[in-house]
Design a protein around this ligand. Structure first.
Ligand code: PLP
Length: 283
């Protein structure tokens, strides 16, 4: 596999980053994951807009222009003949002597991208439906910034997995915030989609935005507000969204079936429509 590091396209085993890189030492880095279908980028402008915002919130400079980012993504796709999967992009504040204080502004950011092949359309998990567990949301309260500080989510998901579940839904003050790496939704008895409103406590999912738009076009009522675990247990169906999983049904919470314990029709329909629309708009 060819990867991109600071202007160079190199074989993955020849790519190097300093041990003093602040991404490595402090998780002082932001990232994006853009999915790829038919060799094209899904929702690319949305991901790059969110990247700019993450950088801005952390007073980090953009390493290259948006046009250059598109060129880099496309060149990496073609170097690796990627047809379906993801492109991962990370910007770190760069290498500096280890110090909690941010280094001087002239530190050069590190920019890294790599591709990952993955079958996205054919997804056994989306067919079967995910089993999730609830866990306290103990992340810092700026989850709106897409940083590489992912240890809590990774730890919680791994523990849930060891206990037979597929993922975790994070809970703060009795209400679901989001999944470990996805946004969370329920469909109520009257057919309304409920998902938490945007705030510093969740990531503004690029897929979330597109899927809510699909729901509105299908004239499904959408409420953006916090919801409780009781509401999840009493829901007709539930699902999650992310760039790498699109729309993925959730069939169980803490060992209890949601609805009839099968992937629900709203999640299935939204998955189909989202894939169709985003595929047509891919660049
Ligand atoms: N929430 C969290 C915590 C995430 O890590 C992600 C994606 O990785 C999402 C939500 C979904 O965002 P997107 O749809 O842009 O992939």
């Amino acid at each position: 596999r060819t990867v991109y590091v600071n202007g160079d396209y190199v074989p993955e085993n020849e790519a190097t980053i300093s041990v003093f890189d602040r991404g490595f030492l402090f998780a002082d880095a932001v990232y994006e994951v853009t999915s790829v279908l038919d060799g094209k980028l899904i929702d690319f402008p949305g991901h790059m807009a969110r990247l700019s915002r993450s950088l801005g919130e952390l007073d980090m400079a953009a390493p290259v222009s948006d046009d250059e980012l598109l060129d880099i993504h496309r060149r990496l796709l073609s170097e690796n003949d990627l047809v379906e999967g993801m492109i991962y992009l990370q910007v770190t504040r760069g290498a500096a002597d280890r110090d909690f204080l941010f280094p001087e502004a002239d530190t050069r950011p590190n920019l890294v991208l790599f591709t990952q092949e993955k079958s996205l359309i054919d997804s056994p998990l989306a067919e079967r439906g995910q089993k999730v567990r609830s866990v306290d949301d103990l992340r810092w309260r700026r989850s709106d910034i897409k940083t590489t500080q992912l240890l809590y989510a990774s730890w919680a998901k791994s523990r849930a997995h060891a206990g037979g579940a597929d993922d975790v839904w994070l809970v703060r003050d009795g209400h679901v915030t989001e999944g470990s790496s996805n946004n969370a939704y329920i469909v109520t008895a009257d057919g309304t989609i409920v998902t938490r409103h945007l705030s510093p406590e969740i990531l503004s999912g690029i897929t979330r935005q597109a899927v809510l738009q699909c729901a509105r076009e299908l004239q499904i009522k959408v409420e953006e507000r916090p919801f409780t675990l009781d509401e999840v247990r009493g829901a007709r169906e539930a699902f999650s969204t992310s760039a790498s999983s699109f729309v993925s049904p959730v069939i169980e919470m803490d060992g209890m079936a949601i609805g009839d314990g099968e992937p629900g029709p709203v999640a299935r329909r939204l998955r189909e429509i989202y894939i169709e629309k985003s595929r047509a708009a891919a660049i």
